[in-house]
Design a protein around this ligand. Structure first.
Ligand code: ZN
Length: 252
């Protein structure tokens, strides 16, 4: 398998294209600390052609574990697609109403969170790791939908993609404490004398608090750490990790 999306609600829109690469495409991040930029460029070209999209339609951001969201306009097409120097930095979310542009982030345990409001024809994508979640990036995304296109949160569908799930996200005490005070013991819990956090569920809680209907939220069943054949995991693979790509776009 080279690409997957275990979403039903978003996948049923024929004008919406979304994809997550599996590790067969190789590393897709330009921010990798030692992998070669030329290899990333080639891997990305193959990923884009498998999706039947052009590099000048893709918009990619340099990630910073922030809660900043970039409003994508037509002129941004191609930025960050095939070279590191044109990445838009530093942001961890993208939102647009432009058709035929494809929002892209990279992931290797952090969650890609996909947004679609079919009434306003607006799409969004966040890179949600523990820092971004504590900084409330997904609440900010919902706020941006309201501010930019006057979305009613009840119309927004959200798919929380594959990431490191509760079976594998062990954390230090200080991170545990922050999640425990923000979300309580269902999301930050102790097991076998270690501390664990359920990031996907934390994202879901913040979405519901932002007005998204529970039945409009889908959560991927895939754990990047468990699914060694499909995904690279930063936690599991350590310095040998590679980053997968996540893409969403609205087509005419
Ligand atoms: Zn797992």
């Amino acid at each position: 398998m080279v690409m997957l999306v275990d979403s039903n609600k978003l996948a049923r829109f024929s004008n919406l294209k979304l994809a997550i690469s599996t590790k067969r495409f190789g590393n897709l991040s330009f921010q990798h600390f030692y992998l070669n930029e030329e290899d990333t460029k080639q891997n990305r070209s193959q990923f884009f052609s498998a999706l039947k999209i052009k590099a000048n339609q893709v918009v990619n951001i340099a990630l910073g574990h922030t809660a900043r969201i970039f409003w994508v306009q037509k002129k941004d097409g191609g930025k960050g697609a095939l070279n590191k120097s044109s990445l838009i930095s530093f942001y961890d979310g993208l939102i647009t109403v432009e058709k035929n542009l494809f929002l892209m982030i990279t992931i290797a345990d952090c969650f890609p969170v996909f947004y679609f409001d079919s009434q306003k024809e607006c799409i969004g994508l966040t890179h949600s790791g523990w820092r971004g979640i504590l900084a409330c990036i997904n609440r900010r995304m919902v706020a941006d939908f309201k501010k930019r296109v006057k979305s009613n949160p009840k119309d927004i569908l959200v798919y929380i993609g594959p990431g490191i799930q509760r079976c594998h996200f062990e954390v230090e005490k200080d991170v545990f404490n922050q999640f425990h005070s923000a979300f309580g013991e269902k999301i930050a819990f102790e097991k076998n004398n270690y501390f664990w956090v359920d990031l996907s569920e934390a994202i879901k809680v913040q979405l519901i608090e932002s007005g998204i209907k529970e039945e409009n939220i889908e959560q991927s069943a895939y754990c990047t750490y468990c699914e060694e054949k499909l995904f690279s995991s930063y936690r599991r693979d350590k310095k040998n990790y590679i980053a997968q790509g996540a893409i969403i776009g609205l087509i005419d």
